[in-house]
Ligand binder design. Structure first.
Ligand SMILES: Cc1cc2nc3c(=O)[nH]c(=O)nc-3n(C[C@H](O)[C@H](O)[C@H](O)COP(=O)(O)O)c2cc1C
Length: 299
C-alpha cells in the first residue's frame, strides 16, 4: 500500500504469509532515486516479499527486466488496479484493464525474469470486463491473480462484490487471491471458501496484528473459532518498534508525513488521541513522535 508498506511496516506485520512493496512505477525504479531506493529496501526477515510495479511502456518493462533490480524479491506483481489519476493519467494502473492484450504482453516480458509473476486487477474500469482480463492473465502464464472485487470508479462505500471472485475462480487455471472488505477472521474464512488466498489491505493500517489474529482464527477447529478483540496496546508497541526500524533503515531519509499518518491510525481507540495526533503532526523528529506515543504505552 502506497505510504504504508515500506520495509519497517512489513516487518511488524507478523503472521502475514506474503507481503508486497507499495506500487512503484517501473520508470522510477530505473531512475534509482533515494525515495525509490528506500521503498525497495528489503531484508531476510521480510521474506516472502513481492515487488509491485506498474507502468505503460513495453520498452520500460523490458529495461526493467534487463536491469535485474527485481532480483532480491520473491515475486513480481503487476498492478492493474490503481485508480489514482496520477497513475491512470499515464495509462498505467487500472487503465491497463482497458487493454487485456497489453497486460498479457507485459506478463510475458516479466516472465523472462524466471520469478513468479502475479497480477492484481479490479473488476474493470467503468464496466465489468474481469472475466476477459482474468483469462488473458491466466493464458499469458501468470502464476497467480489477485482480484479486488470493485470497479476502478468505485469508492470504498461500494461493497466489494465477491460473487465475481467465484466466477473468476471457475474460468482460470491459476490460484486466485481475493481482495476487498476483509477485516476479520470470519471474513477471511468466507473468502477462502471462494478463493485460494486472501489479501488484507486497509485492515492492516494501524492494526498489523490483524494477520496473526486471522491466522489463529483460521487454524482453530470450526467449533472453537472466536474473533479476538483488537489489541491496541500490543499494536502500539509494534508502532514503537516500527519507529526504531524507520531510524535503522532510513535514518535522515525518513518520510515523516508517512510516519505521522500511520501514528495517527495507531492511536485509534485511546482516550486523548485527538490531542496527541495534533502534537504528533508538529513533531520534528522520530524521538518526538516516540514521546507522544509512549504516554499511551504506559497507560
Ligand atoms: C492507503 C492505501 C494505499 C494503497 N496502495 C496500493 C498499492 O500500492 N497497490 C495496490 O495494489 N493496492 C493498493 N491499495 C488498494 C488495496 O490494496 C486494496 O485493493 C483495497 O484497499 C481493497 O482491499 P481492503 O478492503 O482490504 O482495503 C491501497 C489502498 C489504500 C487504502
Amino acid at each position: 500500500m502506497v505510504n504504508v508498506t515500506d520495509l519497517p511496516y512489513r516487518l511488524i506485520c507478523k503472521g502475514a504469509g506474503m507481503k508486497y512493496t507499495e506500487m512503484l512505477y517501473v520508470d522510477a525504479i530505473l531512475h534509482e532515486n533515494r525515495k525509490t531506493e528506500n521503498l525497495m529496501t528489503t531484508c531476510k526477515e521480510d521474506k516472502p516479499v513481492g515487488l509491485q510495479i506498474t507502468g505503460n511502456s513495453i520498452g520500460e518493462f523490458e529495461k526493467f527486466v534487463k536491469s535485474g533490480r527485481w532480483k532480491k524479491f520473491d515475486l513480481i506483481d503487476l498492478n492493474c488496479g490503481c485508480p489514482s489519476l496520477r497513475i491512470t493519467g499515464n495509462a498505467a494502473g487500472s487503465y491497463l484493464l482497458k487493454n487485456p492484450e497489453k497486460i498479457s504482453e507485459i506478463v510475458l516480458i516479466l516472465k523472462k525474469t524466471e520469478k513468479p509473476v502475479t497480477v492484481k486487477i479490479r473488476l474493470g474500469v467503468k464496466e465489468n470486463n474481469v472475466l476477459e482480463v482474468a483469462r488473458a492473465v491466466s493464458d499469458a502464464g501468470a502464476d497467480a491473480l489477485t482480484v479486488h472485487a470493485r470497479l476502478a470508479i468505485h469508492g470504498r462505500s461500494v461493497r466489494a462484490d465477491w460473487a465475481w471472485l467465484k466466477k473468476v475462480k471457475k474460468i482460470v487455471k491459476i490460484p486466485v487471491i481475493g481482495n476487498g472488505d476483509v477485516f476479520s477472521g470470519d471474513d477471511a474464512r468466507r473468502m477462502l471458501e471462494i478463493c485460494d488466498g486472501v489479501m488484507i489491505a486497509r485492515g492492516a493500517i494501524g492494526d498489523p496484528l490483524i494477520f496473526d489474529r486471522t491466522s489463529r482464527y483460521l487454524s482453530r477447529p470450526p467449533a472453537q473459532r472466536k474473533e479476538e478483540e483488537v489489541n491496541v496496546k500490543e499494536n502500539l508497541k509494534l508502532f514503537l518498534k516500527y519507529l526504531e526500524l524507520e531510524e535503522k533503515y532510513f535514518g535522515s531519509g525518513v518520510d515523516f508525513s508517512r510516519v505521522k499518518y500511520l501514528g495517527g491510525k495507531f492511536l485509534r481507540g485511546f482516550s486523548g488521541a485527538g490531542k496527541a495526533r495534533v502534537r504528533m503532526m508538529v513533531a520534528k523528529s522520530l524521538d518526538e513522535i516516540k514521546e507522544v506515543v509512549k504516554v499511551f504505552d504506559n497507560r
